[in-house]
Design a protein around this ligand. Structure first.
Ligand code: SF4
Length: 365
Protein backbone atom coordinates (compact mmCIF):
# COMPACT_ATOMS: atom_id res chain seq x y z
CA UNK A 1 0.00 0.00 0.00
CA UNK A 2 1.31 3.46 -0.89
CA UNK A 3 0.85 6.49 1.34
CA UNK A 4 -1.21 9.37 -0.11
CA UNK A 5 2.01 11.26 -0.86
CA UNK A 6 3.56 8.24 -2.56
CA UNK A 7 0.39 7.72 -4.60
CA UNK A 8 0.41 11.33 -5.77
CA UNK A 9 4.10 11.09 -6.63
CA UNK A 10 3.53 7.81 -8.46
CA UNK A 11 0.76 9.37 -10.56
CA UNK A 12 2.75 12.50 -11.31
CA UNK A 13 5.84 10.64 -12.44
CA UNK A 14 4.09 7.98 -14.46
CA UNK A 15 1.89 10.51 -16.26
CA UNK A 16 4.92 12.65 -17.01
CA UNK A 17 6.80 9.60 -18.34
CA UNK A 18 3.80 8.60 -20.47
CA UNK A 19 3.64 12.07 -21.99
CA UNK A 20 7.10 11.72 -23.45
CA UNK A 21 7.45 7.92 -23.93
CA UNK A 22 4.10 6.80 -25.34
CA UNK A 23 4.06 5.17 -28.74
CA UNK A 24 2.25 6.73 -31.64
CA UNK A 25 -0.57 4.25 -32.28
CA UNK A 26 -3.52 4.68 -34.66
CA UNK A 27 -6.10 4.31 -31.88
CA UNK A 28 -4.28 6.59 -29.45
CA UNK A 29 -5.78 9.99 -28.71
CA UNK A 30 -8.71 9.37 -31.07
CA UNK A 31 -11.98 10.81 -29.86
CA UNK A 32 -14.19 7.94 -31.00
CA UNK A 33 -15.48 5.36 -28.48
CA UNK A 34 -16.18 2.92 -31.31
CA UNK A 35 -12.54 3.05 -32.44
CA UNK A 36 -11.43 2.48 -28.86
CA UNK A 37 -13.72 -0.56 -28.60
CA UNK A 38 -12.41 -2.00 -31.88
CA UNK A 39 -8.80 -1.55 -30.79
CA UNK A 40 -9.42 -3.03 -27.35
CA UNK A 41 -11.19 -6.08 -28.82
CA UNK A 42 -8.30 -6.62 -31.21
CA UNK A 43 -5.68 -6.21 -28.49
CA UNK A 44 -7.32 -8.79 -26.23
CA UNK A 45 -5.25 -11.57 -27.80
CA UNK A 46 -3.03 -9.84 -30.33
CA UNK A 47 0.25 -7.94 -30.14
CA UNK A 48 0.14 -4.22 -30.93
CA UNK A 49 2.34 -4.47 -34.03
CA UNK A 50 0.16 -7.23 -35.49
CA UNK A 51 -3.08 -5.42 -34.70
CA UNK A 52 -2.21 -2.08 -36.35
CA UNK A 53 -2.83 -3.02 -40.02
CA UNK A 54 -5.96 -4.96 -39.08
CA UNK A 55 -7.28 -2.00 -37.10
CA UNK A 56 -6.70 0.37 -40.00
CA UNK A 57 -8.35 -2.00 -42.47
CA UNK A 58 -11.30 -2.64 -40.15
CA UNK A 59 -11.91 1.05 -39.53
CA UNK A 60 -11.64 1.80 -43.25
CA UNK A 61 -14.17 -0.94 -44.02
CA UNK A 62 -16.56 -0.16 -41.14
CA UNK A 63 -15.88 3.49 -40.21
CA UNK A 64 -18.82 3.82 -37.81
CA UNK A 65 -20.64 1.59 -35.41
CA UNK A 66 -23.70 1.83 -37.65
CA UNK A 67 -21.66 0.60 -40.62
CA UNK A 68 -20.55 -2.39 -38.59
CA UNK A 69 -24.04 -3.11 -37.25
CA UNK A 70 -25.51 -3.17 -40.75
CA UNK A 71 -22.72 -5.34 -42.23
CA UNK A 72 -23.19 -9.01 -43.04
CA UNK A 73 -21.48 -11.31 -40.52
CA UNK A 74 -19.48 -12.93 -43.35
CA UNK A 75 -18.01 -9.56 -44.32
CA UNK A 76 -16.99 -8.89 -40.73
CA UNK A 77 -15.26 -12.27 -40.50
CA UNK A 78 -13.60 -11.69 -43.85
CA UNK A 79 -12.21 -8.36 -42.65
CA UNK A 80 -10.94 -10.05 -39.48
CA UNK A 81 -9.39 -12.88 -41.49
CA UNK A 82 -5.87 -13.72 -40.30
CA UNK A 83 -6.18 -12.07 -36.89
CA UNK A 84 -7.42 -15.25 -35.18
CA UNK A 85 -9.74 -15.68 -32.20
CA UNK A 86 -12.74 -15.00 -34.41
CA UNK A 87 -15.19 -14.94 -31.53
CA UNK A 88 -13.91 -11.38 -31.00
CA UNK A 89 -15.13 -10.38 -34.47
CA UNK A 90 -18.52 -12.00 -33.94
CA UNK A 91 -18.89 -10.35 -30.54
CA UNK A 92 -17.84 -6.97 -31.91
CA UNK A 93 -20.45 -7.27 -34.62
CA UNK A 94 -23.13 -8.25 -32.09
CA UNK A 95 -22.06 -5.43 -29.78
CA UNK A 96 -22.49 -2.94 -32.63
CA UNK A 97 -25.97 -4.30 -33.35
CA UNK A 98 -26.85 -4.07 -29.66
CA UNK A 99 -25.57 -0.48 -29.49
CA UNK A 100 -27.65 0.50 -32.49
CA UNK A 101 -30.77 -1.28 -31.21
CA UNK A 102 -30.48 -0.47 -27.52
CA UNK A 103 -28.38 2.70 -27.17
CA UNK A 104 -29.46 4.87 -30.13
CA UNK A 105 -26.42 3.96 -32.19
CA UNK A 106 -23.92 5.07 -29.55
CA UNK A 107 -21.78 3.08 -27.20
CA UNK A 108 -22.91 3.50 -23.58
CA UNK A 109 -20.48 5.30 -21.29
CA UNK A 110 -20.73 3.33 -18.05
CA UNK A 111 -18.87 0.17 -17.14
CA UNK A 112 -22.15 -1.56 -16.24
CA UNK A 113 -23.82 -0.82 -19.57
CA UNK A 114 -20.69 -1.57 -21.56
CA UNK A 115 -20.49 -4.95 -19.86
CA UNK A 116 -23.97 -5.76 -21.14
CA UNK A 117 -22.53 -5.84 -24.68
CA UNK A 118 -21.39 -9.19 -26.12
CA UNK A 119 -17.72 -9.94 -25.57
CA UNK A 120 -17.15 -6.91 -23.33
CA UNK A 121 -15.66 -8.03 -20.02
CA UNK A 122 -14.39 -5.98 -17.09
CA UNK A 123 -11.14 -5.02 -18.78
CA UNK A 124 -12.66 -3.88 -22.08
CA UNK A 125 -15.49 -2.06 -20.31
CA UNK A 126 -13.01 -0.23 -18.07
CA UNK A 127 -10.78 0.63 -21.00
CA UNK A 128 -13.62 2.08 -23.10
CA UNK A 129 -15.18 3.92 -20.15
CA UNK A 130 -11.88 5.50 -19.10
CA UNK A 131 -10.13 6.02 -22.43
CA UNK A 132 -13.13 7.04 -24.53
CA UNK A 133 -15.38 8.65 -21.91
CA UNK A 134 -12.81 9.80 -19.28
CA UNK A 135 -14.70 7.88 -16.58
CA UNK A 136 -12.73 6.92 -13.43
CA UNK A 137 -12.73 3.18 -14.15
CA UNK A 138 -9.69 1.01 -13.40
CA UNK A 139 -8.38 -1.57 -15.85
CA UNK A 140 -6.26 -4.68 -15.41
CA UNK A 141 -4.91 -6.36 -18.51
CA UNK A 142 -1.77 -8.53 -18.69
CA UNK A 143 0.53 -5.50 -18.81
CA UNK A 144 -1.16 -3.75 -15.89
CA UNK A 145 -1.28 -7.00 -13.91
CA UNK A 146 2.47 -7.42 -14.32
CA UNK A 147 3.22 -3.87 -13.18
CA UNK A 148 0.90 -4.03 -10.18
CA UNK A 149 2.00 -7.53 -9.16
CA UNK A 150 5.56 -6.22 -9.02
CA UNK A 151 4.91 -2.82 -7.45
CA UNK A 152 2.82 -4.38 -4.66
CA UNK A 153 4.49 -7.84 -4.63
CA UNK A 154 1.15 -9.59 -5.17
CA UNK A 155 1.58 -13.36 -5.00
CA UNK A 156 -0.39 -15.91 -7.04
CA UNK A 157 -1.63 -16.38 -10.60
CA UNK A 158 -3.13 -13.07 -11.83
CA UNK A 159 -6.02 -15.02 -13.35
CA UNK A 160 -6.95 -16.74 -10.09
CA UNK A 161 -9.82 -15.23 -8.12
CA UNK A 162 -8.03 -13.85 -5.02
CA UNK A 163 -5.03 -12.52 -6.95
CA UNK A 164 -7.22 -10.99 -9.64
CA UNK A 165 -9.34 -9.26 -7.00
CA UNK A 166 -6.20 -7.95 -5.27
CA UNK A 167 -4.85 -6.55 -8.55
CA UNK A 168 -8.16 -4.87 -9.41
CA UNK A 169 -8.25 -3.38 -5.91
CA UNK A 170 -4.75 -1.97 -6.36
CA UNK A 171 -5.71 -0.61 -9.78
CA UNK A 172 -8.72 1.11 -8.22
CA UNK A 173 -6.67 2.63 -5.38
CA UNK A 174 -3.96 3.90 -7.69
CA UNK A 175 -6.29 5.29 -10.36
CA UNK A 176 -5.97 8.97 -11.19
CA UNK A 177 -9.48 10.39 -11.07
CA UNK A 178 -8.23 13.58 -12.70
CA UNK A 179 -6.85 11.78 -15.77
CA UNK A 180 -8.19 8.19 -15.91
CA UNK A 181 -7.68 8.08 -19.67
CA UNK A 182 -3.98 8.85 -19.54
CA UNK A 183 -3.43 7.00 -16.30
CA UNK A 184 -4.72 3.65 -17.56
CA UNK A 185 -2.89 4.10 -20.84
CA UNK A 186 0.29 4.94 -18.93
CA UNK A 187 0.10 1.82 -16.78
CA UNK A 188 -0.44 -0.33 -19.87
CA UNK A 189 2.40 1.41 -21.68
CA UNK A 190 4.76 0.92 -18.74
CA UNK A 191 4.01 -2.81 -18.79
CA UNK A 192 4.52 -3.00 -22.54
CA UNK A 193 7.72 -0.94 -22.79
CA UNK A 194 9.54 -1.10 -19.45
CA UNK A 195 8.07 -3.56 -16.96
CA UNK A 196 8.45 -6.35 -19.47
CA UNK A 197 8.47 -10.07 -19.06
CA UNK A 198 10.52 -11.88 -17.92
CA UNK A 199 13.08 -9.16 -17.14
CA UNK A 200 11.92 -5.58 -16.51
CA UNK A 201 14.06 -2.58 -17.42
CA UNK A 202 13.92 -1.13 -13.90
CA UNK A 203 16.65 1.41 -14.65
CA UNK A 204 14.23 3.12 -17.04
CA UNK A 205 11.22 2.92 -14.72
CA UNK A 206 9.85 6.22 -13.42
CA UNK A 207 8.42 4.59 -10.28
CA UNK A 208 11.30 2.25 -9.48
CA UNK A 209 11.78 3.54 -5.93
CA UNK A 210 8.11 2.77 -5.17
CA UNK A 211 8.32 -0.84 -6.35
CA UNK A 212 8.28 -3.55 -3.69
CA UNK A 213 9.53 -6.35 -5.95
CA UNK A 214 12.52 -4.27 -7.02
CA UNK A 215 13.34 -3.35 -3.42
CA UNK A 216 13.33 -7.03 -2.56
CA UNK A 217 15.32 -8.04 -5.63
CA UNK A 218 12.39 -10.24 -6.74
CA UNK A 219 11.20 -8.62 -9.96
CA UNK A 220 11.31 -11.88 -11.92
CA UNK A 221 9.24 -13.68 -9.31
CA UNK A 222 6.14 -11.60 -10.13
CA UNK A 223 3.62 -12.16 -11.54
CA UNK A 224 3.51 -15.81 -10.49
CA UNK A 225 2.31 -17.35 -13.73
CA UNK A 226 1.28 -21.02 -13.80
CA UNK A 227 3.64 -23.39 -15.55
CA UNK A 228 2.62 -23.96 -19.14
CA UNK A 229 1.39 -27.41 -20.03
CA UNK A 230 3.15 -28.90 -23.06
CA UNK A 231 1.13 -28.79 -26.32
CA UNK A 232 -0.68 -31.89 -27.52
CA UNK A 233 0.43 -33.09 -30.97
CA UNK A 234 -2.41 -34.02 -33.34
CA UNK A 235 -2.69 -34.69 -37.06
CA UNK A 236 -5.47 -33.42 -39.31
CA UNK A 237 -6.21 -34.09 -42.96
CA UNK A 238 -7.89 -31.55 -45.25
CA UNK A 239 -9.00 -32.39 -48.78
CA UNK A 240 -9.20 -30.15 -51.82
CA UNK A 241 -12.10 -31.78 -53.66
CA UNK A 242 -12.19 -30.55 -57.24
CA UNK A 243 -14.91 -30.54 -59.85
CA UNK A 244 -13.78 -28.70 -62.93
CA UNK A 245 -12.77 -25.19 -61.89
CA UNK A 246 -14.63 -25.42 -58.59
CA UNK A 247 -13.69 -26.80 -55.18
CA UNK A 248 -15.79 -27.83 -52.21
CA UNK A 249 -15.73 -25.42 -49.27
CA UNK A 250 -17.51 -26.07 -46.00
CA UNK A 251 -18.51 -23.66 -43.26
CA UNK A 252 -17.56 -24.55 -39.72
CA UNK A 253 -20.45 -24.96 -37.29
CA UNK A 254 -21.45 -22.34 -34.73
CA UNK A 255 -20.11 -22.57 -31.24
CA UNK A 256 -16.78 -24.22 -31.92
CA UNK A 257 -13.34 -23.16 -33.01
CA UNK A 258 -13.29 -20.97 -36.15
CA UNK A 259 -17.10 -20.86 -36.03
CA UNK A 260 -18.59 -19.48 -39.25
CA UNK A 261 -15.33 -19.61 -41.20
CA UNK A 262 -14.89 -21.62 -44.39
CA UNK A 263 -12.40 -24.39 -44.99
CA UNK A 264 -11.63 -27.53 -46.93
CA UNK A 265 -13.33 -30.64 -45.52
CA UNK A 266 -11.11 -31.60 -42.63
CA UNK A 267 -10.93 -34.46 -40.12
CA UNK A 268 -8.63 -35.55 -37.34
CA UNK A 269 -6.55 -38.59 -38.21
CA UNK A 270 -7.52 -41.54 -36.04
CA UNK A 271 -5.03 -43.80 -34.29
CA UNK A 272 -3.43 -46.15 -36.83
CA UNK A 273 -5.40 -44.68 -39.73
CA UNK A 274 -3.55 -44.28 -43.03
CA UNK A 275 -3.42 -40.67 -44.23
CA UNK A 276 -4.97 -41.67 -47.56
CA UNK A 277 -7.89 -43.32 -45.74
CA UNK A 278 -8.45 -40.18 -43.67
CA UNK A 279 -8.41 -38.21 -46.93
CA UNK A 280 -11.16 -40.39 -48.39
CA UNK A 281 -13.15 -40.16 -45.13
CA UNK A 282 -12.99 -36.37 -44.69
CA UNK A 283 -15.26 -35.20 -47.56
CA UNK A 284 -17.83 -37.93 -46.92
CA UNK A 285 -17.94 -37.31 -43.18
CA UNK A 286 -18.07 -33.53 -43.38
CA UNK A 287 -20.14 -32.85 -46.49
CA UNK A 288 -21.33 -36.17 -47.96
CA UNK A 289 -18.96 -36.15 -50.94
CA UNK A 290 -17.52 -39.39 -52.26
CA UNK A 291 -14.05 -38.91 -53.76
CA UNK A 292 -11.38 -40.92 -55.51
CA UNK A 293 -7.69 -40.56 -56.28
CA UNK A 294 -6.70 -38.76 -53.06
CA UNK A 295 -3.19 -37.43 -53.70
CA UNK A 296 -1.05 -35.61 -51.08
CA UNK A 297 0.33 -32.21 -51.96
CA UNK A 298 2.06 -31.30 -48.69
CA UNK A 299 1.54 -30.37 -45.10
CA UNK A 300 1.84 -27.39 -42.79
CA UNK A 301 2.16 -26.95 -39.07
CA UNK A 302 0.13 -24.61 -36.92
CA UNK A 303 -0.74 -24.17 -33.27
CA UNK A 304 -4.22 -23.61 -31.93
CA UNK A 305 -4.82 -23.20 -28.19
CA UNK A 306 -3.07 -26.22 -26.61
CA UNK A 307 -2.76 -28.23 -29.81
CA UNK A 308 0.25 -28.42 -32.11
CA UNK A 309 -1.30 -29.49 -35.39
CA UNK A 310 0.28 -31.08 -38.41
CA UNK A 311 -2.21 -30.47 -41.21
CA UNK A 312 -1.89 -32.68 -44.30
CA UNK A 313 -3.32 -31.55 -47.62
CA UNK A 314 -4.73 -33.87 -50.26
CA UNK A 315 -6.32 -33.29 -53.66
CA UNK A 316 -9.13 -35.55 -54.73
CA UNK A 317 -11.71 -35.79 -57.49
CA UNK A 318 -15.41 -35.80 -56.76
CA UNK A 319 -17.33 -38.93 -57.76
CA UNK A 320 -20.40 -36.75 -58.39
CA UNK A 321 -23.14 -35.06 -56.42
CA UNK A 322 -23.10 -31.82 -54.50
CA UNK A 323 -21.69 -31.15 -51.05
CA UNK A 324 -24.27 -30.98 -48.28
CA UNK A 325 -23.96 -29.99 -44.62
CA UNK A 326 -23.37 -33.16 -42.62
CA UNK A 327 -21.09 -32.14 -39.75
CA UNK A 328 -20.55 -28.64 -41.16
CA UNK A 329 -22.95 -25.67 -41.15
CA UNK A 330 -22.92 -25.14 -44.92
CA UNK A 331 -21.23 -26.63 -47.97
CA UNK A 332 -20.78 -25.23 -51.48
CA UNK A 333 -18.96 -25.63 -54.74
CA UNK A 334 -16.88 -22.48 -55.04
CA UNK A 335 -15.15 -21.23 -58.13
CA UNK A 336 -11.40 -21.10 -57.57
CA UNK A 337 -11.34 -17.41 -58.50
CA UNK A 338 -13.94 -16.64 -55.82
CA UNK A 339 -12.22 -18.31 -52.86
CA UNK A 340 -10.56 -15.02 -51.90
CA UNK A 341 -13.95 -13.57 -50.99
CA UNK A 342 -14.58 -16.30 -48.39
CA UNK A 343 -13.35 -15.92 -44.81
CA UNK A 344 -10.86 -18.68 -44.12
CA UNK A 345 -8.68 -19.22 -41.07
CA UNK A 346 -4.94 -18.68 -41.60
CA UNK A 347 -3.94 -22.38 -41.71
CA UNK A 348 -6.51 -23.02 -44.42
CA UNK A 349 -5.30 -20.12 -46.54
CA UNK A 350 -1.74 -21.32 -46.09
CA UNK A 351 -2.71 -24.84 -47.11
CA UNK A 352 -4.56 -23.59 -50.18
CA UNK A 353 -1.56 -21.53 -51.25
CA UNK A 354 0.50 -24.67 -50.86
CA UNK A 355 -1.94 -26.61 -53.00
CA UNK A 356 -1.55 -24.14 -55.88
CA UNK A 357 2.24 -23.88 -55.58
CA UNK A 358 3.18 -27.23 -53.99
CA UNK A 359 6.22 -25.45 -52.56
CA UNK A 360 7.38 -25.35 -48.94
CA UNK A 361 5.73 -28.68 -48.38
CA UNK A 362 6.70 -30.70 -45.37
CA UNK A 363 7.38 -34.33 -46.24
CA UNK A 364 4.39 -36.56 -45.79
CA UNK A 365 4.69 -39.54 -43.49
S1 SF4 B 1 10.80 -1.07 -10.88
FE1 SF4 B 1 11.01 -2.66 -12.39
S2 SF4 B 1 9.65 -4.28 -11.70
FE2 SF4 B 1 9.08 -2.43 -10.58
S3 SF4 B 1 7.42 -1.51 -11.81
FE3 SF4 B 1 9.34 -0.59 -12.48
S4 SF4 B 1 10.02 -1.84 -14.22
FE4 SF4 B 1 8.46 -3.01 -13.11
Amino acid sequence: MLTPDQKAECQRRLLEWYGRAKRDLPWRDVDDPYAVLVSEMMLQQTQVATAIPYFERFMATFPTISDLASAHADDVLHCWQGLGYYSRARNLHRAAIRAVDGFDGELPDTVEELRSLPGVGPYTAGAVASIAFRKPAPVVDANVARVLARVFAVPGDPKSGPTSRALWAHAGELLSHAAPHDWNSALMELGALVCRTPTPACDECPIADLCTARARGETERYPELPRRTPPIAVEDVAVLVERGSRVALVRRPEGGRWAGLWELPRVRREDGEALADAALRAPMQVCGLSVRDARPFGAIRHTITRYRVRLYGFRATSQGGDPIPVTCADAQWVDVDAIGSYALASPQRKLLRLAWTAEDALPLR
